[in-house]
Design a protein around this ligand. Sequence first.
Ligand code: F6P
Length: 376
Amino acid sequence: ESPVAVLCSGGDAPGMNAFLRAVVRLGLNRHHVPVLGIRDGYRGLVRAAKLANVDSESLVRLKQEITNNPGKRGLIDSQQSIIQMDHASVSGIMGKGGTILGSARCLDFHKREVRDSVVKLLKDLGVRALVVVGGDGSLTGARLLAEESDLRIIGVPATIDNDLQFTEMALGVDTAVHTLVWAVDHFIDTARSHRRVMVLETMGRESGDLARMAALASGAEMVITPEIGALTAEKMAAYAEEIEGAMTRGRGHAIVLIAEGVKFDPPQTRNGAYVLRDAFQNYFEREGAPFQDLEVRPSVLGHLQRGGHATPGDCILAARFAEEAWKSILNHDNENGITALQHNKVTIVPFGCEDMPERAETSSAMDRLHDDLASW
Ligand code: F6P
């Protein structure tokens, strides 16, 4: 049986390991097809392609290893970029954060000649399909491979940013929201005790989805996302006024989530949490203000949001994505595509497919819900 190869690329996301476990076990148990794990994303493939280029013997050895020992675990090439996965190689990894295969961002992969060398390697190895698990940039790489070759390529969305508009959820989002709810709970203790305003910056790149989901799930008083447009001094003063109003009505603290993608007018080089802290603090301390001793504390939550044990929701989605990926690999219409969750059903969408209009609607509905639920 010609093998299927799998790699994780870009920023790691909880749920990647659950996916690897599912894709390997389904391959071996249900479909009897060997699975090769590629270390360090596209970077590992590029490394292996370079090695095969200078040492063609290594490629022959690699091929023999796959053919002679299907399903047997082994580090295949001398640089350990390609591993044959067996049952045990994915034991006990279900909820573990990160990815056992390692991940990387690979700038080299932007070059056509580099992608061509990788296509040649995969073909020489007789790989029947490549499964790419990752976010926006990684799936763009997968789309290019699909367009430029006749290899079967399946993408699997995994990013805590939830910025892929063709799927309701990507792997990692549920866990990251869970982590943010935990973080907000911790910040609330201090906020309440000191009657403070906490400004917490979340990840998410250009998208505010992670921040708004976390706000809805944690009950944070305020959430500021990139979708509302650039923040001017006036807009920041209006937010501060809103907080001051709530304090006047007896509110003792406030948690404000700001997504990292929020832009400012004029543009700022510092993290949004710090810019907002200064704007709020200046507003609260203005002459004659009612809460001049109100303190604002900023925190940039950073990579904390990418780690930790994957939630059951992410593990289940990972298994469903793996099943759909196999279905697509084994059907004979040779369609490439990306697994997606649409209307709560797992499906395959073509690379470069249209955005789901419902995604934007869901985001604005969440914003309205949050506004009406905030106990201001
Ligand atoms: O795409 C996931 C993400 O965590 C973004 O939210 C964030 O902007 C970026 O990756 C951080 O990248 P890095 O881990 O390379 O610093």
